[in-house]
Design a protein. Structure first.
Length: 337
């Protein structure tokens, strides 16, 4: 069994040594532990520092492309090189590197496909009461959309099985954290959490400038992920609600002449408007259901394509290309994207 530890980096030359210092080089149940950084357009000496500390695998972006793309490209590289498990941690030393082995154990034992490190945000001193409240609320929304029970949905300290990574498809450009939980929940992947304690804060987040920007971007990612799987639920309920609301004005319009001797055109117009909305919602429901079936077929095809692309014969090809790209002094060349 091969486990890849991937570390997305954007100018982390100062904190990366702290991350790598406590990463376990041997993990029970794992034959090989490989270290990899994703250089997301670093302009400092992050790559040189990583290589000096024994990191053999480097995925390089010519310019910053964001955390979601860094995660996706790192996973692609790891699977091409035979990863059975991928553990993701951050380059700012927020997460406890020494706990990677424990984090991965549920995946190693086959008890879960995804394990999310629960930072226990209520205990983090750097978090304001408002931020703690928003973290809990955001996790609650994600869990409702995914049908899961993950207390810290925004945590990036995670272990993924090969099976899970084959089925997950990253489409967001902000952060993969919310999206992968919603996808995993709707695809019935076994997902659990593992309590951790975070390290002292080393710098401000580079994903967002303030909590409100983070809320807006995370909210957009959650809505898009929810619509990907549950758009038909919205249109089903809108059809029912508008249909019911449209029936009552028609009943009123038909019954009033018998009691008052005259009808109410307003009821007729209101009922017509409501039923028109119901018909439109029904049409959108049918369209969303057809698209949902089409998405499942496309995802099934993508999974089979990945099985071929990451199979052992192809792994030998990727490994050979990686070996041929090494420089004369044996220093591994970065995998450019």
């Amino acid at each position: 069994m091969k486990l890849f530890i991937q570390i997305p980096c954007l100018n982390e030359e100062k904190t990366l040594p702290l991350v790598l210092e406590k990463i376990p080089r041997t993990i029970p149940g794992v034959d090989d532990v490989e270290l990899m950084i994703v250089d997301d357009g670093c302009s400092d000496n992050t790559v040189a520092v990583a290589r000096s500390l024994g990191v053999k695998h480097v995925v390089h972006h010519a310019r910053p492309m964001g955390l979601a793309r860094a995660f996706r490209d790192g996973v692609d590289y790891a699977l091409k090189h035979g990863a059975d498990i991928v553990v993701n941690t951050d380059g700012d030393n927020q997460y406890p590197s020494e706990m990677i082995g424990e984090l991965a154990q549920p995946v190693i034992r086959g008890e879960a496909e995804i394990v999310v490190g629960d930072r226990q945000t209520s205990k983090i001193k750097e978090f304001s009461p408002f931020k703690r409240l928003m973290q809990r609320f955001g996790s609650w929304v994600v869990n409702k959309a995914a049908g899961t029970h993950i207390p810290d949905a925004a945590s990036g300290f995670r272990a993924y099985s090969r099976t899970a990574l084959m089925q997950l498809n990253i489409v967001t450009e902000f952060s993969y954290c919310m999206e992968t939980i919603i996808q995993a929940g709707n695809k019935r992947l076994a997902i659990t959490s593992f309590a951790i304690t975070t390290n002292p804060k080393t710098r401000e987040s580079r994903l967002f400038t303030n909590i409100f920007e983070h809320m807006a971007k995370s909210g957009g990612a959650i809505v898009r992920s929810f619509l990907m799987f549950k758009a038909h639920v919205i249109f089903l309920w809108s059809t029912i609600i508008f249909g019911v609301l449209g029936v009552f004005p028609f009943i009123r319009f038909l019954t009033l002449p018998a009691t008052e001797g005259r009808g109410h055109v307003q009821s007729l117009l209101a009922g017509t408007a409501m039923l028109t909305c119901a018909v439109i919602s029904l049409a959108l429901l049918i369209i969303s259901e057809v698209q949902r079936i089409q998405r499942k077929l496309v995802e099934d095809e993508l999974e089979r394509t990945k099985e071929i692309m990451y199979s052992k014969p192809y792994q030998k090809i990727w490994e050979r290309e990686h070996s041929e790209s090494e420089s004369a002094d044996g220093t591994p060349a970065a995998h450019n994207l």
